[in-house]
Design a protein around this ligand. Structure first.
Ligand SMILES: Cc1ncc(COP(=O)(O)O)c(C=O)c1O
Length: 399
C-alpha cells in the first residue's frame, strides 16, 4: 500500500480541515457574506442564522445550552478570557488563582499577567505520571481563591486530569473551575453538566475545523459567574467578546463539532490501536525507549516517547518523511527542554530526547508501520554515532 509523505503525526499541533467542513463553509465567503450583527436585511439574518446553527452544534458536542457558548479566535483567547476575565471581575472577593505546572502557555502566561496585577498564583506540581495529586489541590485553596484552572488533556503527553474530583473539591468551597479542553474536545466524551467545571475552552483546528476560531463555554445559572471582557467594542457575544463574528468559521466549527460527535468513538478506538501498534514495535525492537506520562489516563491519539541517547531535534532532521514534533508546536523552536516533561521529574537530557506522536482520523496502519521502520533505523544509526548514548546506557542522566 502506498503511503503519502510526509506522514503526518502531529495532530496535537493541528488537524487538517475535513473536506465536509470546507464544503459547509464555502457559501459564506462570497455569496452569503452578510454581517451576523446586521439586523435590517436578509443577508444579515441569514448570517445570524448560520452562526446560531453553528453555536447549537458546538453546544451539542459538549452537552451545553447554546446561550452558554461565546465564540473567540481560538483556545488561546478563550483561556485568556476565562482566566483574566474571571479573576479581574472577582478581585473584590480574593486575589488567588490556582493552576498546574503542566498547563499550556496560553494559561500560564495570563496567570503571570495576573501576578503583575497583584494576584497570587499557585502552580500545582504533578506526579511522575503527569496527574495532579488532589491533596495538593485541597491544601492550596484558601479563602482568597477565586479561580482554579486545570487543563483537561495535556498537549504534549496527552495525560487526562481528574476533573470530576477537582470539581467536587472546588464546589465544596464555591470556587469556579476553568478547564482548557483544546486537546480533548471532540476526542473524549464531554458533558459539561457532569464534567465538574464551570468554564471550558476549546478550538476548531484541533478537531478538523478551521484555524482562527474557538469558543468559551460559560456555565449559566447559580451561583452566577462574573466575567469581565478583555476585548471592548460593539458588544457582540453578550458583551463578553466584541468583534464581528467570522461567519464562515462559525459554520465550519459547527460542522466539525457535528462530525466529531458522529465519529469520535470510532476515531478514538482506531487511534488507540495505532498508538499500541507503534509503541509495541518501538518498545520491542529498540532498547531504552520510555513512555512519558500516564499509560492509561491519556488521549487515545497521543504517545510521548524518549529515545535515550538520541536528541529529539537530531532525530527529526534524520526523518524528513515524518511530520512530528519534539515538543509542543509553540515551544519546540526554542530547544529548551519541555516544561511539561521537566514537571514529571524527567531529567534534562531525557527530556531533550523525546518526541510527541499525534495520530488522527486519517492515520493508517501502513503509515504507522513505515514510521516505525524509519524510527528504528534512524535511532539505531544515531545511537551508533553518539557518545551520549554510551553515557546514557551507563545510567549517567538519572530519570
Ligand atoms: C492545550 C492547548 N491549549 C491551548 C492551545 C491554543 O489553541 P489555539 O491555537 O486555538 O489558540 C493549544 C494549541 O496549541 C493547546 O494544545
Amino acid at each position: 500500500m502506498s503511503v503519502r509523505v510526509p506522514i503526518y503525526l502531529d495532530h496535537q499541533a493541528t488537524t487538517p480541515c475535513d473536506p465536509r467542513v470546507v464544503e459547509a463553509m464555502r457559501p459564506f465567503w462570497s455569496e452569503e457574506f452578510g454581517n451576523a450583527a446586521s439586523k435590517t436585511h436578509a443577508l444579515g439574518w441569514k448570517a445570524e442564522q448560520a452562526v446560531e446553527d453553528g453555536r447549537g452544534r458546538l453546544a451539542e458536542l459538549i452537552g451545553a445550552d447554546p446561550r452558554e457558548i461565546i465564540f473567540t479566535s481560538g483556545a488561546t483567547e478563550s483561556n485568556n478570557l476565562a482566566i483574566l476575565g474571571l479573576a479581574r471581575a472577582n478581585r473584590d472577593r480574593g486575589r488567588h488563582v490556582v493552576s498546574l505546572e503542566t498547563e499550556h502557555r496560553s494559561v500560564l502566561d495570563p496567570c503571570r499577567a495576573l501576578e503583575r496585577e497583584g494576584f497570587r498564583v499557585t502552580l500545582l506540581p504533578v506526579g511522575n505520571n503527569g496527574i495532579l495529586d488532589l491533596d495538593r489541590l485541597r491544601d492550596a485553596l484558601d479563602d482568597e481563591t477565586v479561580l482554579i484552572s486545570i487543563l483537561h488533556a495535556n498537549n504534549e503527553i496527552g495525560v487526562i486530569q481528574p476533573l470530576a474530583e477537582i470539581g467536587e473539591i472546588a464546589r465544596a468551597r464555591r470556587i469556579p473551575v476553568h478547564t482548557d479542553a483544546a486537546q480533548s474536545a471532540g476526542k473524549l466524551e464531554i458533558d459539561v453538566r457532569t464534567l465538574g467545571v464551570d468554564l471550558l475552552s476549546f478550538t476548531a483546528h484541533k478537531l478538523y475545523g478551521p484555524k482562527g476560531i474557538g469558543a468559551l463555554w460559560l456555565r449559566r445559572g447559580s451561583p452566577r459567574l462574573r466575567l469581565e471582557p478583555i476585548l471592548h467594542g460593539g458588544g457582540h457575544e453578550r458583551g463578553l467578546r466584541s468583534g464581528t463574528l467570522p461567519v464562515p468559521l462559525c459554520v465550519g466549527f459547527g460542522r466539525a463539532c457535528e462530525l466529531a460527535g458522529e465519529l469520535r468513538t470510532e476515531d478514538a478506538r482506531r487511534e488507540a490501536q495505532l498508538a499500541e501498534r507503534l509503541w509495541k514495535r518501538l518498545s520491542t525492537e529498540l532498547e531504552a525507549v520510555e513512555l512519558n506520562g500516564d499509560a492509561v489516563h491519556r488521549l487515545p491519539g497521543n504517545l510521548n516517547i524518549s529515545f535515550l541517547g538520541v536528541e529529539g531535534e537530531a532525530l527529526l532532521i534524520a526523518l524528513p518523511k515524518l511530520a512530528l514534533s519534539a515538543g509542543s508546536a509553540c515551544t519546540s523552536a526554542s530547544r529548551e527542554p519541555s516544561h511539561v516533561l521537566r514537571a514529571l521529574g524527567i531529567g534534562e537530557t531525557r527530556a531533550l530526547c523525546s518526541l510527541r506522536f499525534g495520530f488522527g482520523r486519517s492515520t493508517s496502519e501502513a503509515e504507522i508501520d513505515l514510521a516505525a521502520d524509519l524510527l528504528i533505523e534512524q535511532v539505531t544509526r544515531l545511537r551508533a554515532l553518539s557518545p551520549v548514548w554510551e553515557r546514557a546506557k551507563r545510567g549517567g542522566d538519572g530519570p
